[in-house]
Write a protein that binds this ligand. Sequence first.
Ligand code: NAI
Length: 691
Amino acid sequence: MGLLDGKVVLITGAGGGIGRCHALACAAEGAKVVVNDLGGARDGTGAGNTMADAVVAEIVSAGGEAIPNFDSVTDYEGCERMVRAAVDTWGGLDVVVNNAGILRDRTFAKLQPAEWDAVVDVHLTGTRNVVRAALDALKMRGGAIINTTSFSGMIGNFGQSNYAAAKAGIYGLTRVLALELRKYGVTANCIAPVAKTRMTDDIAMVADEWGPEQISPPVVFLASDLAKHITGTVLGVQGQRIHLYEVKTNDGAEKAGPELWTPGEISERWSEITDWGKPADPAIDSGSDDRISAVFSYFPAGFKSAAVPGWTANIQWVVDGAADQTVIVEGGSARVQSGLHGTPTCTVKIASDTLAALFKGEIDAAKVFMTGKATADNMGDLMKMGMAFDFEKSAAAYAADHPEDAAAEEPAEAPIADVPTAEDLVGKRYDAGYWLVDQDEFEAYARATDDDNPAYFGADAVAPPMYHVKPMIGLMMKMATDPSLQLDILRLVHGEHEMTFHRPLRHGDVLQLRGDLRSVEEKSSGKLVKYGVYGIVDGEMAMEGETSYFIRGERKAGGPKKPRAAPEPPPAPSFTLAQAVTADQADRYAAASGDDNPIHVDPATAKAAGLPGVILHGLCTMAFAQRDLVRRVCDGDPRRLRSLGVRFAKPVFPGETLTLKVWQGEGGDVAFATENEAGKTVISNGRAIVE
Ligand code: NAI
């Protein structure tokens, strides 16, 4: 049994060098191979049949199947002939490997237009031609495209402006193909090889032992069903090393307010704009290793074990400018070790000056995290850290032992200053990248909300409308924890959530996720922040909506409450439905939705947050309503549900029985509410439009 049994593979430039090795490796794994090669010289001049014929003979004599093709990839009709040869001989085409290439190296100043054109034609236009000619055949089989880029295109190389431009173009083309062809199950990846061939014969930095045969195993892997889920990647291959090339962006800097940046400001904030993740402020007082270790030894003094009973954690503090530290929480106590030890449950990154200021009580712990002066990669541990460690107490213990520190220094200006007001940030946009919609995932979402509607399962399934939570939860967290907003996540509750669905999501859709800050309102009881959320597929809005968070303020001693007017009794609902919330519902929903905020899954955190136990996700209660509305009002067809909105009024606890009340109005307007066993409304202002 070969890994490529039954697959038909077209490889360009397969008469020599790396392409020949790909052809032999694919055939050895059972593939039927079209061996294309123009048969010319390294610079692309000349042509002939001998190279492709020789490789076909090698494959056939080893018991494999192969046919030659001598067309040039620069000739579109020639590319159609290559594809037709595969389809006519073996009934289809599964994989194309674009490998053909030539070189015309010269510095840019001396490079002739013909040298530019020849190289761009073979590499970039040739790759385009082959993919275009093979597209229909590949779509039919859910195939794979493997293109060849290079170090030169990804990083740059002296004397290769034509070649680098063509290879970078192949990278861009591959990224777009990966996005556009996902829905057909066609993958598109690149390899960036380094190997000794006639192309690199005279390049000293390419070692003799880096053989072309070493480039082929990753190509066989990408061509096989083992890599069905891998698309849009670039694998560098050099000798025995296989690695990734990736284009990344950093967080950069953002100017508050509508004024455009001035060039002077860009110059001033250059280090922040180009920073890869460390706090941008230059260290005010880097502190020595000894001092930070000393400060850290005061950490346990501020530990309140009762705040988070049963919490175990290994929190590793990566301290810029001083020694790293590990804080271990177990058995109701905390201890500190200098250096990084064990397996972290949470990694905190912080600058030594920020840490020193934190311990001296100059800045507030919550603010340090909210403003991005420190980052932590585990939401749960971060929240528990906020509850369990009294930084002021640690600071007081430190100050008592170090009076010289306090006397010697003027109370320093907090390093966190000039934070734009939240109102200044209204209109700010958030980009949360792309999400590949996966049927396994939306089926799991349906199951977690006890929804067995056949529309979400099997062939031609669509995703449940509320499945949008899974791709969007990252965006929602990103917005709620935006350092420039300084929202206190420990006091944050989900207020309302409303979505309009323009089209259903299906397996393979690539959902582009965006958000924006719509408003920030100060209320007597706290702060209300509203965000727009948008999901775009193929450049068109698939869904859009609004989600709001409420950040509870400090409780103010209020006067006696005014008696409320007795509400109008509501009309009788069109129907009601009961829903038992299972004991493991919150765990199941957390796993299926990706919303693993510990107040939903960790009883200790929930208790520390003042709740009697874990609470169910409001979005899960909303999903129950969606399920029942689709069943009862949309006759089981989720596509008829065009919008859905709710207000989260009260927490729901696992084990409760809920009642959904639905009022069906005119023209598809639906109102609903969900009540708990005590008759209290847990979801209010429920509204939906049904088509
Ligand atoms: P090579 O020169 O040994 O092989 C290239 C093959 O492409 C030749 O057999 C040639 O006849 C064929 N070819 C050229 N123009 C063609 C056309 N218009 N139509 C059909 N076939 C054509 O070079 P090598 O090293 O095997 O290169 C293979 C690929 O790997 C190329 O795309 C190259 O740019 C790329 N690459 C190679 C590196 C290396 O270290 N060898 C480094 C980075 C990229």
